[in-house]
Structures are given as structure tokens and as C-alpha cells.
Design a protein around this ligand. Structure first.
Ligand code: AMP
Length: 212
């Protein structure tokens, strides 16, 4: 009999872009998380289930083995750390960029020049700290949990570090991207013990994903 498998996903882009990948591996999800309030979704295989989590919780469930594998953005993985996680594949889904942005009209070169002190609001303090340390710019990092675009508009910060996809959110809030930090995409993460103990079930799924 096939080992029971739990797959950790988050709603939105990652879910939508993962559905076709799972289909290629023969896994059909039977519920839609956008219309259902269920957190455990059934699939066409009674031994395979999908759990729906906040993006930042996906690595935690996989690390502790509550999920055998999951899909998480590089941004989330960099903040979480890689302990207990095997990352066999960059799935190249949910692609976007980590950028620095400021209010339109702000002279970014000037406010971020060596010797000045920049206030940066972000959900990604580690990524922001590393980026500005490399440039030799002193920063005060203000950790936020959402709506970062608001921070420069009301004087909480000089700049934000956030994910940009189309750029529409920045534009709608009178902000402009001024510095590229890194490309972001989503990766497959696998619990190391699960891979060993359920190899015969999990490896074919990894193979199906990697052949795409
Ligand atoms: P956009 O307006 O298309 O540039 O999207 C920007 C907003 O959507 C940001 O505030 C992000 O938080 C969110 N976003 C866009 N793409 C992603 C992604 N691949 N992963 C996580 N968040 C994203």
C-alpha cells in the first residue's frame, strides 16, 4: 500500500500554479481553497492530502514532518532558514523580484548614500539587512506584517523592501522601484526523514515535477 502523504501549500498564486504540476504527477485536488473553508483538502488518491497554510508556515510544517513536502517562495525560505529541509527543485513558479522602493520624487542615491541612515520597512528583515550591509548603508529596519507600501506614504520609513510582480501595487501607491535585490521563485521543499521513509512514494512526484 502507498504511504500516506501530506502536501503543504498556500492559497493564491502558489496554489494555482501548483495544481497543474500535481496533475502531471497524477494528483487531482478535489476541493478549491478559494471557495471552501476546509484546511485539509482531499485528492483523487485517498492516501494523499493537501493542507492549506499561510505561506510563512509552509516550511515549519515541512521541517517538523507534519507535511511531507510543500512549495514555498525563496523569500519565505530565506527568512525561515533551511534546517531539516531538502530543496531538490526550483519550480520556477510564482516568479517575482525583491526590490527596494521609495516614494516618487525621492532622491534614493542621496538618502542611501554612505554616512546617512535609512529607515526601511519590510516583511523581510534578514534579506533587507544583508542587502544594505553589502552596500555599506546604515539602516534601521522596521518589521511589518503587510501593506508595506503605506509606510513611506505616512512617514514611517524612507524606503520599503518588498516583492514586485507587475509593479501595479507600487504604482497605485505613488512608489517607484529603485533597486533590485534578487529574483524570487517558488521551490519544492521536502522533509528529510519523509524522503528516506517514503522514498517510493515521494521520489516519483519529484521526478514528475522535474520533468516539466
Ligand atoms: P504587483 O502589484 O503585481 O507588483 O504585486 C505586488 C504585491 O503582490 C506585493 O505586495 C506582494 O506582496 C504580492 N506578490 C506578488 N507576487 C508575489 C509572489 N510571487 N509571492 C508572494 N507575494 C507576491
Amino acid at each position: 500500500m502507498q504511504n500516506p502523504i501530506t502536501i503543504a501549500l498556500s492559497k493564491g498564486r502558489i496554489f494555482e500554479e501548483t495544481v497543474p504540476l500535481l496533475q502531471k504527477a497524477g494528483i487531482e485536488i478535489l476541493d478549491n481553497p478559494e471557495t471552501s473553508r476546509k484546511l485539509i483538502l482531499n485528492t483523487n488518491n485517498k492516501n494523499t492530502r493537501v493542507i492549506i497554510l499561510r505561506p510563512t508556515d509552509v516550511p515549519t510544517y515541512v521541517q517538523y514532518g507534519a507535511a511531507d513536502f510543500g512549495i514555498a517562495g525563496k523569500d519565505v525560505l530565506m527568512q525561515h532558514g533551511e534546517m531539516g529541509l531538502y530543496q531538490p527543485l526550483d519550480l520556477e513558479i510564482a516568479q517575482c523580484k525583491m526590490m527596494v522602493a521609495v516614494k516618487k520624487g525621492v532622491d534614493y542615491q542621496k538618502v542611501s548614500s554612505i554616512g546617512s541612515r535609512l529607515r526601511v520597512a519590510t516583511k523581510y528583515p534578514d534579506i533587507a539587512k544583508k542587502h544594505f550591509a553589502k552596500k555599506g548603508v546604515h539602516v534601521d529596519i522596521i518589521k511589518l506584517y503587510g501593506s508595506m507600501e503605506l509606510a513611506p506614504l505616512v512617514g514611517l520609513s524612507d524606503a520599503i523592501v518588498d516583492i514586485v510582480s507587475t509593479g501595479n501595487t507600487l504604482q497605485a501607491n505613488n512608489l517607484v522601484p529603485v533597486e533590485f535585490i534578487m529574483d524570487i521563485s517558488s521551490r519544492l521543499i521536502v522533509n528529510k526523514a519523509s524522503l528516506r521513509l517514503k522514498y517510493q512514494t515521494i521520489q516519483p512526484i519529484i521526478d514528475a515535477f522535474s520533468s516539466l
